[in-house]
Write a protein that binds this ligand. Sequence first.
Ligand SMILES: [Zn+2]
Length: 72
Amino acid sequence: MSHTKLVRSAGRFGSRYGRGIRELVSEIESQYRNKRLVCPYCNYKAVKRIAFGIWYCEKCGKKFAGKAYSIK
Ligand SMILES: [Zn+2]
């Protein structure tokens, strides 16, 4: 976890969006943040998102880019 940069997930949207939308996005992102996905390389459920579109497998150590909310 040490490499994970902790930034409030809604911060980058600035003030262009309404408060309601930013809270919704933050809520959605927090759901995926805590969810482990199956690694396409080792098939172990150890993949987590470390940044927007960046995934990291704790089992085999692979780091790969993907879509924001899913690997495939
Ligand atoms: Zn893996």
